[in-house]
Design a protein around this ligand. Structure first.
Ligand code: GLP
Length: 260
Protein backbone atom coordinates (compact mmCIF):
# COMPACT_ATOMS: atom_id res chain seq x y z
CA UNK A 1 0.00 0.00 0.00
CA UNK A 2 1.39 3.40 -0.96
CA UNK A 3 0.35 6.39 1.14
CA UNK A 4 0.83 9.90 -0.24
CA UNK A 5 0.30 12.89 2.05
CA UNK A 6 -0.14 16.10 0.04
CA UNK A 7 -2.48 19.07 -0.44
CA UNK A 8 -5.88 18.21 -1.94
CA UNK A 9 -5.23 19.73 -5.38
CA UNK A 10 -2.06 17.68 -5.71
CA UNK A 11 -3.88 14.50 -4.68
CA UNK A 12 -6.52 15.09 -7.35
CA UNK A 13 -3.79 15.64 -9.97
CA UNK A 14 -2.04 12.39 -8.94
CA UNK A 15 -5.28 10.41 -9.27
CA UNK A 16 -6.04 12.07 -12.61
CA UNK A 17 -2.49 11.26 -13.78
CA UNK A 18 -3.11 7.58 -13.01
CA UNK A 19 -6.38 7.62 -14.99
CA UNK A 20 -4.75 9.49 -17.87
CA UNK A 21 -1.76 7.12 -18.05
CA UNK A 22 -4.13 4.17 -18.09
CA UNK A 23 -6.31 5.63 -20.86
CA UNK A 24 -3.25 6.48 -22.99
CA UNK A 25 -1.97 2.87 -22.91
CA UNK A 26 -5.41 1.23 -22.81
CA UNK A 27 -8.10 3.46 -24.37
CA UNK A 28 -10.75 0.79 -23.68
CA UNK A 29 -9.93 0.76 -19.97
CA UNK A 30 -12.57 -0.02 -17.37
CA UNK A 31 -12.84 2.68 -14.70
CA UNK A 32 -14.46 2.27 -11.31
CA UNK A 33 -16.33 5.46 -10.40
CA UNK A 34 -17.12 6.54 -6.85
CA UNK A 35 -19.59 9.11 -5.60
CA UNK A 36 -19.28 11.27 -2.47
CA UNK A 37 -17.31 14.49 -2.25
CA UNK A 38 -13.82 12.96 -2.17
CA UNK A 39 -13.46 12.26 -5.94
CA UNK A 40 -15.01 15.53 -7.13
CA UNK A 41 -11.71 17.32 -7.69
CA UNK A 42 -10.43 14.31 -9.63
CA UNK A 43 -13.48 14.49 -11.87
CA UNK A 44 -12.97 18.25 -12.32
CA UNK A 45 -9.36 17.60 -13.33
CA UNK A 46 -10.31 14.80 -15.74
CA UNK A 47 -13.00 17.00 -17.32
CA UNK A 48 -10.42 19.78 -17.70
CA UNK A 49 -7.91 17.43 -19.33
CA UNK A 50 -10.65 16.18 -21.67
CA UNK A 51 -11.59 19.71 -22.74
CA UNK A 52 -8.12 21.23 -22.86
CA UNK A 53 -5.86 18.30 -23.77
CA UNK A 54 -8.18 15.94 -25.61
CA UNK A 55 -8.02 13.16 -23.02
CA UNK A 56 -10.59 10.75 -24.42
CA UNK A 57 -12.93 8.32 -22.69
CA UNK A 58 -14.63 7.35 -25.96
CA UNK A 59 -13.57 3.69 -25.80
CA UNK A 60 -13.60 3.40 -22.01
CA UNK A 61 -16.25 1.92 -19.74
CA UNK A 62 -17.30 3.02 -16.28
CA UNK A 63 -18.79 1.03 -13.39
CA UNK A 64 -20.22 2.74 -10.35
CA UNK A 65 -19.52 1.47 -6.85
CA UNK A 66 -22.96 1.72 -5.35
CA UNK A 67 -26.49 3.10 -5.54
CA UNK A 68 -29.31 3.97 -3.17
CA UNK A 69 -32.36 1.73 -3.28
CA UNK A 70 -35.60 3.38 -4.30
CA UNK A 71 -34.58 6.94 -5.19
CA UNK A 72 -36.66 8.00 -8.23
CA UNK A 73 -34.84 8.10 -11.57
CA UNK A 74 -34.93 11.92 -11.64
CA UNK A 75 -33.73 12.39 -8.03
CA UNK A 76 -30.65 14.67 -8.00
CA UNK A 77 -28.90 12.50 -5.37
CA UNK A 78 -29.49 9.19 -7.09
CA UNK A 79 -25.90 8.05 -7.67
CA UNK A 80 -26.55 7.38 -11.37
CA UNK A 81 -27.57 11.04 -11.68
CA UNK A 82 -24.60 12.23 -9.61
CA UNK A 83 -22.08 10.33 -11.74
CA UNK A 84 -23.73 11.62 -14.91
CA UNK A 85 -23.53 15.19 -13.59
CA UNK A 86 -20.04 15.07 -12.07
CA UNK A 87 -18.11 13.14 -14.72
CA UNK A 88 -19.94 11.14 -17.40
CA UNK A 89 -21.62 14.12 -19.10
CA UNK A 90 -18.42 16.20 -18.92
CA UNK A 91 -16.28 13.84 -20.97
CA UNK A 92 -16.89 11.70 -24.06
CA UNK A 93 -18.00 8.32 -22.73
CA UNK A 94 -20.06 6.50 -25.39
CA UNK A 95 -23.78 6.23 -24.67
CA UNK A 96 -24.39 3.38 -22.21
CA UNK A 97 -20.70 3.05 -21.34
CA UNK A 98 -21.25 3.98 -17.70
CA UNK A 99 -23.32 1.60 -15.62
CA UNK A 100 -24.42 1.33 -12.03
CA UNK A 101 -26.34 -1.17 -9.95
CA UNK A 102 -30.09 -0.72 -10.50
CA UNK A 103 -31.55 0.55 -7.25
CA UNK A 104 -35.02 0.66 -8.83
CA UNK A 105 -35.08 -2.99 -9.94
CA UNK A 106 -38.06 -5.06 -8.87
CA UNK A 107 -35.72 -7.95 -8.09
CA UNK A 108 -32.78 -6.29 -6.33
CA UNK A 109 -30.85 -9.52 -5.76
CA UNK A 110 -31.05 -10.32 -9.47
CA UNK A 111 -29.90 -6.78 -10.30
CA UNK A 112 -26.83 -7.33 -8.11
CA UNK A 113 -25.97 -10.59 -9.87
CA UNK A 114 -26.47 -8.93 -13.28
CA UNK A 115 -24.14 -6.14 -12.24
CA UNK A 116 -21.40 -8.53 -11.12
CA UNK A 117 -21.70 -10.31 -14.47
CA UNK A 118 -21.48 -7.02 -16.38
CA UNK A 119 -18.23 -6.09 -14.61
CA UNK A 120 -16.79 -9.53 -15.34
CA UNK A 121 -17.90 -9.35 -19.00
CA UNK A 122 -16.10 -6.03 -19.34
CA UNK A 123 -12.89 -7.74 -18.19
CA UNK A 124 -12.92 -6.36 -14.65
CA UNK A 125 -12.11 -2.89 -13.38
CA UNK A 126 -8.64 -1.55 -14.23
CA UNK A 127 -8.62 1.43 -11.87
CA UNK A 128 -11.08 1.93 -9.05
CA UNK A 129 -11.47 5.39 -7.51
CA UNK A 130 -12.58 5.23 -3.88
CA UNK A 131 -13.52 7.44 -0.97
CA UNK A 132 -13.88 6.24 2.60
CA UNK A 133 -16.70 6.72 5.09
CA UNK A 134 -15.99 7.95 8.61
CA UNK A 135 -16.87 4.43 9.80
CA UNK A 136 -14.34 2.90 7.40
CA UNK A 137 -16.75 1.83 4.67
CA UNK A 138 -15.72 1.70 1.03
CA UNK A 139 -18.54 1.65 -1.48
CA UNK A 140 -21.35 1.15 1.01
CA UNK A 141 -19.72 -1.83 2.74
CA UNK A 142 -20.56 -0.95 6.30
CA UNK A 143 -18.78 -2.40 9.36
CA UNK A 144 -19.52 -6.10 9.62
CA UNK A 145 -19.46 -6.61 5.84
CA UNK A 146 -17.98 -9.87 4.67
CA UNK A 147 -14.44 -9.24 3.49
CA UNK A 148 -15.22 -11.51 0.50
CA UNK A 149 -18.61 -9.98 -0.36
CA UNK A 150 -19.85 -9.36 -3.89
CA UNK A 151 -22.48 -6.84 -5.07
CA UNK A 152 -25.51 -7.05 -2.79
CA UNK A 153 -28.13 -5.18 -0.79
CA UNK A 154 -26.92 -3.45 2.37
CA UNK A 155 -28.58 -1.46 5.13
CA UNK A 156 -26.88 1.85 5.85
CA UNK A 157 -25.73 2.67 9.37
CA UNK A 158 -27.19 5.68 11.11
CA UNK A 159 -23.70 7.25 11.01
CA UNK A 160 -23.53 6.98 7.21
CA UNK A 161 -27.07 8.32 6.83
CA UNK A 162 -26.17 11.25 9.08
CA UNK A 163 -22.94 11.85 7.12
CA UNK A 164 -24.88 11.84 3.85
CA UNK A 165 -27.84 13.91 5.06
CA UNK A 166 -25.97 17.01 3.87
CA UNK A 167 -26.72 15.92 0.31
CA UNK A 168 -30.44 15.74 1.19
CA UNK A 169 -30.83 19.25 2.59
CA UNK A 170 -29.80 18.05 6.05
CA UNK A 171 -32.94 15.89 6.29
CA UNK A 172 -31.93 12.53 7.77
CA UNK A 173 -35.34 11.05 6.99
CA UNK A 174 -34.81 11.74 3.28
CA UNK A 175 -31.68 9.53 3.18
CA UNK A 176 -32.57 6.00 2.06
CA UNK A 177 -31.95 3.13 4.47
CA UNK A 178 -30.88 0.65 1.81
CA UNK A 179 -28.39 0.51 -1.01
CA UNK A 180 -26.80 -1.80 -3.52
CA UNK A 181 -23.03 -1.87 -3.35
CA UNK A 182 -20.14 -3.66 -4.96
CA UNK A 183 -18.83 -6.01 -2.29
CA UNK A 184 -15.38 -5.88 -0.76
CA UNK A 185 -14.46 -8.90 -2.88
CA UNK A 186 -15.70 -7.08 -5.98
CA UNK A 187 -13.67 -3.97 -5.15
CA UNK A 188 -10.59 -6.09 -4.38
CA UNK A 189 -10.83 -7.61 -7.89
CA UNK A 190 -9.99 -4.23 -9.44
CA UNK A 191 -6.39 -4.04 -10.63
CA UNK A 192 -5.51 -0.70 -9.03
CA UNK A 193 -7.30 0.93 -6.09
CA UNK A 194 -6.92 4.70 -5.65
CA UNK A 195 -8.52 5.99 -2.45
CA UNK A 196 -8.82 9.69 -1.62
CA UNK A 197 -9.53 11.10 1.83
CA UNK A 198 -9.34 14.65 3.13
CA UNK A 199 -10.24 16.35 6.39
CA UNK A 200 -9.83 15.61 10.07
CA UNK A 201 -13.10 13.69 10.23
CA UNK A 202 -11.44 10.98 8.10
CA UNK A 203 -8.28 10.67 10.24
CA UNK A 204 -9.44 7.70 12.34
CA UNK A 205 -10.75 5.77 9.31
CA UNK A 206 -7.47 6.43 7.46
CA UNK A 207 -5.43 5.32 10.47
CA UNK A 208 -7.40 2.07 10.66
CA UNK A 209 -7.24 1.54 6.89
CA UNK A 210 -3.46 1.87 6.78
CA UNK A 211 -2.32 0.78 10.23
CA UNK A 212 -5.18 -1.12 11.86
CA UNK A 213 -5.67 -4.88 11.96
CA UNK A 214 -7.59 -6.23 8.95
CA UNK A 215 -11.12 -6.56 10.21
CA UNK A 216 -14.72 -6.36 9.04
CA UNK A 217 -15.14 -3.71 11.77
CA UNK A 218 -13.14 -1.35 9.50
CA UNK A 219 -14.05 -2.71 6.05
CA UNK A 220 -11.46 -0.63 4.15
CA UNK A 221 -8.68 -2.51 5.96
CA UNK A 222 -9.14 -5.31 3.40
CA UNK A 223 -7.16 -3.04 1.07
CA UNK A 224 -4.02 -4.04 2.99
CA UNK A 225 -4.29 -7.32 1.06
CA UNK A 226 -4.39 -5.58 -2.34
CA UNK A 227 -1.21 -5.77 -4.44
CA UNK A 228 -1.68 -2.23 -5.85
CA UNK A 229 -3.46 0.14 -3.52
CA UNK A 230 -2.75 3.87 -3.37
CA UNK A 231 -4.04 6.00 -0.50
CA UNK A 232 -4.04 9.75 -1.18
CA UNK A 233 -4.60 11.90 1.92
CA UNK A 234 -4.17 15.50 3.00
CA UNK A 235 -2.44 16.53 6.25
CA UNK A 236 -5.70 16.53 8.22
CA UNK A 237 -6.74 13.03 7.13
CA UNK A 238 -3.18 11.85 7.85
CA UNK A 239 -3.38 13.34 11.34
CA UNK A 240 -3.54 9.99 13.15
CA UNK A 241 -1.02 8.05 11.07
CA UNK A 242 1.84 6.74 13.20
CA UNK A 243 3.93 6.30 10.06
CA UNK A 244 3.19 9.78 8.67
CA UNK A 245 6.85 10.87 8.73
CA UNK A 246 7.90 7.73 6.88
CA UNK A 247 5.19 8.22 4.24
CA UNK A 248 6.20 11.88 3.77
CA UNK A 249 9.87 10.93 3.42
CA UNK A 250 9.09 8.09 1.04
CA UNK A 251 7.07 10.36 -1.21
CA UNK A 252 9.71 13.11 -1.10
CA UNK A 253 12.34 10.54 -2.17
CA UNK A 254 10.16 8.94 -4.85
CA UNK A 255 12.08 8.68 -8.11
CA UNK A 256 10.61 10.78 -10.93
CA UNK A 257 10.22 7.67 -13.11
CA UNK A 258 8.08 5.91 -10.55
CA UNK A 259 4.33 6.47 -10.83
CA UNK A 260 1.65 5.71 -8.25
C1 GLP B 1 -20.55 7.53 0.65
C2 GLP B 1 -20.29 6.66 -0.58
C3 GLP B 1 -18.85 6.18 -0.60
C4 GLP B 1 -17.97 7.35 -0.25
C5 GLP B 1 -18.16 7.71 1.19
C6 GLP B 1 -17.41 8.98 1.61
O1 GLP B 1 -21.52 7.06 1.51
N1 GLP B 1 -21.14 5.54 -0.76
O2 GLP B 1 -18.53 5.65 -1.89
O3 GLP B 1 -16.63 7.02 -0.43
O4 GLP B 1 -19.50 7.75 1.56
O5 GLP B 1 -18.05 10.11 1.14
P1 GLP B 1 -17.35 11.54 1.05
O6 GLP B 1 -16.30 11.40 0.02
O7 GLP B 1 -18.44 12.47 0.65
O8 GLP B 1 -16.80 11.81 2.40
Amino acid sequence: MEVVIAPEAQLAALAADAVERLLRVKPAAVLGLATGSSPLRVYDELARRHTENGLSFAAARGFMLDEYVGLPADHPERYRTVIEREIASRVDFAPGAVQGPDGLAEDLAAACATYEAAIADAGGVDLQILGIGTDGHIGFNEPGSSLASRTRIKTLTRQTREDNARFFGGDLEAVPHHCLTQGLGTIMSARHLVLLATGRHKAEAVHQLVEGPVSAMWPATIMQHHPHATVLVDDAAAGRLQLADYFRQTYADKPAWQTI
